[in-house]
Design a protein around this ligand. Sequence first.
Ligand SMILES: Cc1ncc(COP(=O)(O)O)c(C=O)c1O
Length: 410
Amino acid sequence: MFDVNEIRKDFPMLQNKKMQNHPLVYLDNAATTFKPQSVIDAVTSYYYNTSCNIHRGDYDLSYQISSEYEQGRKTVARFLNASEKEIVFTAGASASLNLVAYGYGLSHLHEGDVVLSCEAEHASSILPWFRVAEKTGAKVEYIPLTSTGEMTVENFKKALHDRVKVVAVTAVSNVLGYKNPIKEITRIAHEHGAVVVCDGAQAVPHMKVDVKDLDVDFLAFSSHKCCGPTGVGVLYGKYDFLCETDPTLLGGGSNARFDMCGNILLKNPPFKFEAGTPAIEAVLGLKAALEYLETIGMDHIESYEAELKRYAISKLSALDHLVVYNSNAETGIITFNAKGVFAQDAASYLNSQGIAVRAGNHCAKILNEVLGTSETVRASLYFYNTFDDVDRFVEAAKNITIENCVGLFF
Ligand SMILES: Cc1ncc(COP(=O)(O)O)c(C=O)c1O
């Protein structure tokens, strides 16, 4: 049974926190999420009880922590319906996406090849491909979005052609919150021989993502957006693709042998990508986070967030001074502006009322032409937000006016 009040008890950051003398309403979950006690305990337990390196020591404590770390990999694999050997730990979604572009793209793209992306992509999903295109002579092209900023299968088909070798798209837009038709896009891309690299940063925390069902070739996400610690993320890759991907870091732990002539024998995936000492405690925290999400159930999380979002939209749409850009997106991202008010000023006003949101271009800097504005305010929900949070947000949003914003500074 999904009981948000019970769930909230698990999060220290949701206990009587105040901002500007108001009870905190945290609506910046697309940026990062709060951590339940079980995640905090998993991280601190490492420092209290098992603070050794992994895969190196010939003593019990090191065996123990190595095994717990590998249990983390098993948990991620189960969560995504992948196999353990397809799970690479990285520093986050950005690191994972860079690893694919540099490790796979650089050696597989040639002059005239095309990477097909879209205008709503986050910088971490598209900038590595710009750089790789520059180095290989490939080009980046875009799937046209609809007037409301959505990616459709029809538009994808129109943009696809024989030179497209990589399709690099996000599963859920971090600005507009639309769920992209990744499964269908992947099926069609594969018919054309293209590889699909999916940015799962805003999908994995909020819905069941089954990599076998989607059939994507690579998928990236960050721990900190799904209740886990910062400093760790995941790259899923089909095993054969990981075998064909070069590591972008070399060092201890990733090689089986090397000699004075510079010959290096790398380990098999995923270990060939994990040079150096990783963020061990963060992997243990990620394991605890995914187990926590599993006990709530990803289907419950997805449907509750959709319900909260619909409730918020039903209230916000009655406010004439607001423009909401993504009313029909099903995830918990609400992107809007108050007419005539600069987005940062609107966010500052909400801050003065104890409400945390983000303003700006949200790292998707080429989306402004579709939206007709470069700056928006983004309120992003997670499963621990309540209808009461939404009411507080809507009440405050009623008063986002130039006068009230100016009043903050004078
Ligand atoms: C869609 C999307 N992709 C990638 C990233 C990058 O994630 P990280 O900063 O954790 O590497 C983000 C972060 O906001 C995101 O929203």
